[in-house]
Design a protein around this ligand. Structure first.
Ligand SMILES: Nc1nc2c(ncn2[C@H]2C[C@H](O)[C@@H](COP(=O)(O)OP(=O)(O)OP(=O)(O)O)O2)c(=O)[nH]1
Length: 199
């Protein structure tokens, strides 16, 4: 790695994906009021893609100011279900409600990533995945949440594709990493292209 890489995220899976790829990011979560930013953008009818991109950039910029010279990666993932934005469920009841609304239909995950250095955006990408959820029963949903709530409470959509969440779907169009929250392939290709990683 050329310049130091800083991950402006508290997301365990994003850090793990980068480490599994052989990178060693410094973890420096950005402390921004995502709900406030999201609500103000929604009030301006900003599309989900722009909301994810704006939040990712804000996280990267905020940390970039504190880490001179470093490449700072900010990320954000939003779920778009027929024009409605879903955020992480705060309670098991909210998770049940969300999954009952998502089942039997299609939704999109938008995973935005922005790289900044010294307060300037250098690269950005929004990965998009279409996910088709099975029309599973309430009985399965309750059992699923009993088994998985403590894990999936930190995930947009209340599922982790690498865990039991995969059983919720009958089709997924897009790449696995974008579901997990990071356009990893595009990110690594860019870092290699600019000589920040070998490849
Ligand atoms: N392990 C796993 N995590 C997932 C999956 N789908 C979504 N997630 C996680 C990735 C992110 O940590 C989280 C998306 O929420 P955000 O983009 O707001 O990130 P988060 O609040 O976790 O951290 P950050 O805002 O970046 O500090 O959901 C999945 O299939 N597997």
């Amino acid at each position: 790695m050329g310049s130091p890489l800083v991950l402006a995220s508290g997301s365990e899976i994003r850090a793990q994906l980068l480490r599994n790829a052989g990178l060693d990011p410094q973890i420096f979560p950005a402390r921004i009021d995502e709900d406030m930013v999201r609500e103000s953008l929604l009030a301006e009818s900003a599309p989900p893609r722009d909301i994810a991109d704006t939040l990712a950039e804000m996280k990267a910029l905020k940390v970039s100011d504190k880490t001179p010279g470093a490449l700072v990666l900010g990320c954000d993932q939003v779920l778009d279900h027929q024009g409605t934005l879903f955020t992480k469920a705060d309670t098991l009841e909210q998770a049940r409600d969300q999954l009952q609304r998502l089942r039997g239909s299609r939704h999109m995950l938008l995973s935005a990533a922005v790289i900044c250095r010294d307060g300037k955006p250098l690269w950005r990408h929004v990965g998009q995945v279409r996910l088709y959820m099975r029309d599973f029963s309430d009985a399965y949903l309750d059992a699923y949440l009993d088994r998985n709530w403590n894990s999936v409470r930190h995930a947009v959509g209340c599922y982790k594709l690498e865990e039991e969440g995969v059983r919720l779907f009958h089709r997924i169009e897009g790449d696995y990493f974008n579901v997990l929250g990071l356009p990893l392939l595009e990110l690594l290709s860019h870092l290699a292209l600019i000589g920040e990683i070998d490849g």
